[in-house]
Design a protein around this ligand. Structure first.
Ligand SMILES: *Cc1c(COP(=O)(O)O)cnc(C)c1O
Length: 477
């Protein structure tokens, strides 16, 4: 190997900085601590005229972003639903950049094309989806929704004699999406991009468990039976990780000729564990599924997966090749299955994560996160003036902090909850995000990182306890 390689200094510096980041996560605040002004002042330099040494670019990038990197790669990050990256997956992601393949097609990235084929088979197996389903690696769950819902749009309109890929949507029958009111904003974005309009989504009332009930869905379906309909079901909603009842709702939707799409951004991964699989009974009967790699599987951003039970509808929606063109079925061209043309070789990082973890490792990761979420919720709720609003059934829970003043109202508790959550974040010991659930402000507990262990859980509980005690003492004095 050549010592004067133009790559070596930059890559060696990058390796050094990456390790120093990952190995110090435990000793640094989990939250970002540089202000917006600081980051702008450091980073918004005039663009240099002269070239710079590559390793100096890397060193200055690290220096200038100092404090502006959240500790989401580590075990004390419980905000939103954000995973870390298992080591092999991170390594494969680096190689993906070094190899710099254009993964659009087999011709420019043969190994990646085969790796994606294999990932598709492994994922269907692990997530208990039908083996005949088609598959695409996307940039995340939203783009997986776009992919799967484009297939739905194709199939629903084709049955009505409308070729949407050729004729567009002007003049086409309007499609509606029926869902519980717990659907994720990425679905709204997906239907906008697909030209269906946000008004097409009808959020039907959910029950106390966050589920859509059969009677509610049937009433909506029966009301206007001739409208082309997509039924969107949740596999793990973002507040409480609710699962709809698939074995009841999917056959019902199919009786009305609806297409059933499942948003399983993180919740679909429960199917990898025999302890949690019962939550997803019947989900394999759906027509399409979307999930993420960068959440629970702990693949680096950005990584998502779409699966479609009707491969022809999927390919017709995504491929630029007319459906009558016959081409070599022996080669799987990714661009026939994804909304984008040129793209990075996203398969390598997924392949590596699945190999590193293995079947047992994925199951173990899911189970450890659920146990950690439960321990966090119970531990935090053991404090006075804390209400456990939702005990995690999977990896999501909700906590509400109660304003200690005797005359405090619900809206005081709302403000108090936000203030405590913010104060916890300021300690740098743990990071939680917040939400409004059933009209109440809550702090969310969300555990998605392979690294979260019992000492992270203990540290987070202690930090919250300290904040609650200090703030209550301040308030009642
Ligand atoms: C995160 C999430 C999404 C969106 O996924 P992206 O990967 O951010 O596009 C969709 N649905 C649910 C339930 C989610 O948690």
């Amino acid at each position: 190997m050549s010592e004067d390689s133009p790559f070596r200094p930059a890559l060696e510096h990058a390796l050094h900085h990456a390790l120093s980041h990952l190995e110090n996560l435990e000793h640094r605040p989990v939250t970002a601590y540089a202000t917006l002004e600081t980051l702008r002042r450091r980073l918004a330099k005039p663009l240099n005229h002269a070239s710079m040494a590559a390793e100096r670019v890397i060193d200055e990038l690290v220096a200038d972003t100092e404090g502006g990197i959240v500790g989401s790669a580590g075990g004390r990050f419980f905000g939103w639903v954000i995973g870390g990256a298992v080591p092999a997956s991170l390594g494969a992601d680096w190689l993906t950049s070094a190899w710099d393949q254009n993964a659009a097609s087999y011709a420019c990235a043969p190994a990646e094309a085969v790796v994606e084929e294999v990932c598709g088979e492994w994922l269907k197996d692990l997530l208990c989806l039908p083996s005949h389903a088609s598959f695409a690696i996307t940039s995340g769950c939203q783009s997986a929704h776009v992919t799967a819902l484009a297939a739905a749009r194709h199939a629903l309109l084709e049955r009505r004699g409308w070729q949407v890929e050729r004729d567009g949507l002007f003049g086409a029958p309007r499609i509606r999406v029926l869902s519980s009111d717990q659907f994720h904003g990425s679905v709204t974005q997906a239907v906008r991009l697909l030209g269906m309009g946000t008004a097409c989504v009808q959020g039907l009332p959910s029950n106390d468990e966050g589920q859509l009930e059969a009677a509610t869905l049937e009433a909506a379906l029966r009301d206007t039976p001739d409208v082309p309909t997509i039924v969107l079901l949740q596999a793990g909603d973002l507040n409480i990780g609710a699962y709809d009842s698939y074995s009841e709702l999917i056959p019902l939707a199919h009786r009305y000729d609806a297409w059933v799409h499942v948003d399983g951004a993180f919740g679909l991964w429960a199917n990898a564990s025999e302890h949690y699989r019962h939550l997803l009974a019947g989900v394999e009967q759906a027509d399409s599924w979307a999930t993420d790699g960068h959440k629970w599987l702990n693949v680096p951003y950005d990584s998502g997966f779409a699966f479609v039970a009707h491969a022809n509808a999927h390919r017709a929606a995504m491929s630029h090749q007319a459906s009558y063109v016959s081409y070599n079925e022996l080669v799987r061209e990714q661009k026939d299955w994804t909304p984008v043309w040129s793209r990075r070789g996203r398969g390598f990082a997924t392949y590596a994560a699945l190999r590193e973890l293995g079947r047992a490792g994925v199951a173990g990761l899911v189970e450890r996160c659920c146990e950690a979420a439960h321990a966090l919720a119970v531990g935090i709720a053991a404090q006075r003036r804390v209400e456990l609003v939702w005990t995690p059934r999977i990896n999501q829970g909700l906590i509400r902090f109660l304003d200690p003043r005797p005359e405090a109202t619900e809206s005081d508790h709302d403000a108090w909850t936000d203030a405590v959550t913010e104060a916890v974040l300021q300690t740098g010991e743990a990071l939680f995000s917040n939400t409004t659930w059933r009209g109440k402000r809550c702090m969310r507990i969300s555990v998605c990182n392979w690294q979260t262990n019992s000492s992270d859980v203990a540290r987070a509980i202690a930090a919250v306890a300290e904040v609650v005690q200090a703030k209550c003492a301040e308030r009642v004095c």
